[in-house]
Structure formats: C-alpha cells, structure tokens
Design a protein around this ligand. Structure first.
Ligand code: SF4
Length: 516
C-alpha cells in the first residue's frame, strides 16, 4: 500500500515499468451545514487519449455529490504507469493545468467525496491506489459498506495493512487477495454488503460495480469508441457522451481492449434504489432509472399540492432542490410562482463566518429574500426536507420580518425519522426533528401557519416506478440491507483508536486494569 501523509507533498517514483506517481494537496474543509449531506460521485473513462481531462470534466458535473475532496487516477495504454492526483476541496481547487497535464493515459477514474465513513482528511480521499502482487489497482467508491468493520478485521487477520479509515479501502484489499482465497478479484467482491457503486482501474481494465440492491446509481455511456461510467448522466451531457444504460443492480462490467462484458457475481436481492436521490441528491438534469429527476420533482410538487392544498398568493421555492417541486405545487393549484429566495453561489470554502455578530447569518448569506415578493402576502414555501429544523425556522423568521401575512411550509418528501446507513450523512435520529416531535410541535417550533409533508405513496407515484424497488428506510424505518447498529461515520476511527489502546495496553500492562 502506498504511504501518504496528510499534508501537501508531491512524490514521484523514479520511472520504471511499474510506476505510481502521487500528488496531493490540501485546502481548508467545508463549513457545517444543516442540509443532508451528499455522498460521493464516481466517474471513469476507458479508451480515450484525453481520459484524465474527460474525468476532470466529469467530476465537475458531479461536484454536487461531494465537495470535501476530489481526485483522479489515470493509467497509460499498457497499464504500467499509474498516476494519481487528489486533494481536499472542490474540483476547481484541487486541479490546475499543471497537475492535470501530469495525469497521462487513456484510462482514468475519478472521485468527489463527502465523507460518510471515515473522517474528512486527505488520507481518506479517493481514488485509493495500491501496487499488489497481481498488479496496480485504483478504486473510487460511492456508498457505505455495512459490514466494513467485520471485513476489515478479517483482512487484517490475514495480514492486510490498512492506511486509511475509509470502508472503500476494503475493496482494494479484497481485489488484491490471491485468486485462491476468495474466488478471484470479482468473486472477492461478493463479500461486500451495503451500498456500493464502485469504479476500479486495473492494469488491463476498468471495472464498474453496482451493489445487488442497486442503492446508488451508476450509468454507462460511450464517447466515440471510449466507454464512460458515471454516478449520474448529467456528466455524460457535459462531455458529449451518449447514455447507453444504467448498470443493473448486482452487475459488474469489465471493460478492456477486448470490449465490455458483464457479470452478476452477487446473490440476487430486492432492488432498493435510494428514493432520496430523486428528492434531493441528484442533479435535476440527470436521468435515474429512465426518469428525469426534475420531472419527478415537479410531480412531487403536484402530489404535495393535492395532499396539502392551501389558499395562498404566492409559492416560493427553497433553491436549488425545492425549485421543481415548488413549480409543480404552484401549477397544480394555479398560484403564482416567484423565486423570491436568491442563492449566493459564490461563497468560498475559506469564507469566515461571524459567530453571534449577525443573527441567522449562515442562512441569510446563502439565501437572501426579495422582501417585495412576499410583503403582505400569504406565502407557501416549498422545500425538499426538514432535517433539524434550525434552517427552516430561520427562513420563517426571515419571511415574517419581510412582512409575509401567512407562511405555509410544504415539504416534498415524508418526514425524516430514521438514520441512513447506506451513504447519506443524516444526523443521529435524536437530532432529526421529525423523530422527536409531532407535526403540530414542528409547526409551532418553526413558527409557520401550517406544515404539510408529502406521503410515501405520493413520493413513489411521482417517480412512476414500482414502490418495492426503492429504499425508503430513512422515512419508514424498513431497511433493505441489515446493518451493524453500532455503525456510524467514524466507526473506523473508533476501531483504530481501540486497536491503538489495546497495543498501548500490551506495552503497559498496568493500564489494562485501570481501563477495565
Ligand atoms: Fe436513501 Fe434514505 Fe435509503 Fe439512505 S435510508 S439510501 S437516504 S432512501
């Protein structure tokens, strides 16, 4: 395994026939927000002379899926030279013409990250690379492995040495196992449980993997003779690639010089695509399972209007993800639509936020309200979710101060009452306002005149797809894949801490008594 440090450095091995070029940089981490956090985005190109550059553009299109770190691994035609550049921050901050130029090759994989397992550090950024007895491998992963701790224990007991605290590194070690131990590289993937859309670059191929429940998206496209894999189809549009199809749940596609072939190595499972991709995560211009996300959101707004109609003068969206649901809501009830909240798209990651100097500053700096649009009016605000309630409450205050006569909140999905263990970073259930309070209590807390959530059936109808093909566990508590109840984002850190403690205890036996 390559050794990396959590600081800026450039390491280039002397050229050889098996060379890995490393390049890392850091920028400050993102500030906290009260929105649900995106997960990650993956992208891959096989068979194009500009594969690294296309991957860079692809990551730009997927930036909404993760803003903590970005990286690209590329490989030349004979697969012997692997190059890797990654860093903390946005794609635009991590890459510049110089480091992009250093990424050569006809194959590349890329990753944008929001951390859902393992802390947000450069060490944990992806792609992850390793030079093994079976050749070099680089991996980029979207999702959460629910059996990560058990697999890591097993692999460490076999002698694997882990460098990071991300579950994705487990994929790397499984792929690196000798053929006889786990049924070859693809067979070894059968050990994975949970949510995973993965792109792997080996010396001879690029592999795309989708978990048997199909929790996270992964689509296949073509650009001339090159194959492209992407978390979302919006990235195909940017680079001019043609969408071919979504990978099936449980499908593994292997792309090499002989072409593309697919395998289904996993035990078949019920399809359980994350419905929150339609509500919030995915870009409105992406198509998921044949349904354009913006269309599903408009339909959610229409369903919401039929379920919770209200007499009002204006419908305003909370941008960006509330825009299409608000349009549908307004159209359904024949109420004027006005985008009265204006988003500031230019808040840099290094922006210094005052603590108590200006009330609700975090909310106001991102969204400013056009007061004239709501003054003296009965206002409906359409948002995609209420997580903790603090942001929604500040918005209601903002509307009241601007002179809104009535404020009615409409939410384009059911209340979030449960945690997600499949790659979405919702807070602990105790911090989810709908887990702890009734609708009336939430309405009173937010200071709204009324609140109405879309129900599960309306949300599913809006997609036009089968109800039992979705995961809706954060709404219903019905989890399609069993998980370890102790699982959370920092499980690997805690595991590492306790391993360190045990090592310390072995070195200083007297401490064992003290701890126990
Ligand atoms: Fe998506 Fe919710 Fe299921 Fe997580 S629990 S995968 S957010 S639907």
């Amino acid at each position: 395994m390559m050794s990396v440090k959590d600081e800026k450095f450039v390491s280039c091995s002397p050229p050889s026939d098996r060379t890995i070029l490393l390049n890392f940089q850091t920028t400050p981490p993102l500030s906290e927000s009260h929105r649900p956090k995106h997960e990650c985005g993956v992208f891959a190109v096989f068979g194009h002379k500009d594969a690294p550059l296309l991957t860079y553009y692809g990551l730009f299109a997927l930036q909404h899926r993760g803003q903590e770190s970005a990286g690209i691994a590329s490989s030349n035609g004979d697969g012997k030279v692997f190059c890797l550049h990654k860093g903390m921050g946005l794609v635009s901050q991590v890459f510049d013409p110089e480091n992009l130029e250093s990424l050569k090759g006809t194959r590349a994989i890329g990753h944008v990250r929001y951390s859902t397992t393992g802390s947000s550090t450069l060490l944990n950024s992806q792609p992850l690379g390793v030079d093994t007895a079976r050749g070099q491998i680089a991996v980029a992963h979207n999702g959460n492995l629910v059996n990560a701790a058990a697999l890591r224990d097993e692999l460490e007991n076999r002698g694997s040495i882990f460098q990071t605290t991300v579950d994705s590194e487990i994929v790397l070690h499984l792929l690196a196992q000798p053929d006889h131990t786990m049924g070859g590289p693809i067979g070894s993937l059968r050990r994975l449980e949970g949510a995973f859309s993965i792109v792997v670059m080996g010396e001879n191929e690029i592999i795309g993997v989708r978990d048997p429940n199909g929790l996270r998206p992964l689509s296949l496209g073509k650009l001339d003779d090159a194959w492209v894999l992407s978390s979302e189809t919006c990235a195909f549009d940017l680079i001019g690639a043609t969408f071919i199809r979504d990978l099936e749940p449980g499908e593994v596609v292997v792309i090499n010089d002989q072409g593309l072939h697919s395998e289904f190595p996993f035990v078949p499972a019920r399809e359980a695509f994350c419905i929150f991709e339609y509500v919030y995560f995915a870009r409105p211009d992406s198509r998921l399972r044949g349904v354009t996300v913006s269309k599903a959101r408009v339909n959610m707004g229409r369903e919401l209007a039929r379920l919770h109609p209200v007499e009002a003068d204006v419908v305003i969206p909370v941008p960006d993800s509330g825009i299409y649901a608000a349009l549908g809501f307004a159209e359904e009830l024949g109420i004027p639509y006005d985008p009265a909240f204006v988003r500031n798209h230019y808040i840099g990651r290094t922006f210094i936020q005052p603590n108590q100097l200006i009330r609700d500053f975090n909310v106001r700096v991102k969204l400013n309200l056009i007061g004239d649009a709501v003054k003296g009016k009965r206002v409906v605000v359409v948002d995609d979710s209420v997580v903790r309630g603090t942001t929604a409450k500040a918005r209601v205050v903002n509307l009241r101060e601007a002179g809104a006569k009535e404020v009615h909140l409409r939410i384009s999905c059911p209340p979030h009452r449960h945690a997600c263990y499949y790659g979405i970073d919702f807070p602990d259930p105790e911090k989810l306002i709908a887990n702890q309070h009734t609708h009336q209590e939430i309405c009173d807390y937010l200071g709204a005149d009324s609140i109405g959530y879309l129900d599960v059936d309306g949300m599913v109808r809006a997609t036009g797809l089968e109800k039992n093909s979705f995961c809706m566990a954060c709404f219903t508590g019905e989890y399609p894949v069993p998980f370890d109840a102790a699982f959370d984002k920092l499980i690997m850190e805690r595991r590492k801490d306790s391993a360190q403690l045990l090592a310390d205890q072995s070195a200083q036996p007297t401490l064992i008594t003290a701890r126990s």
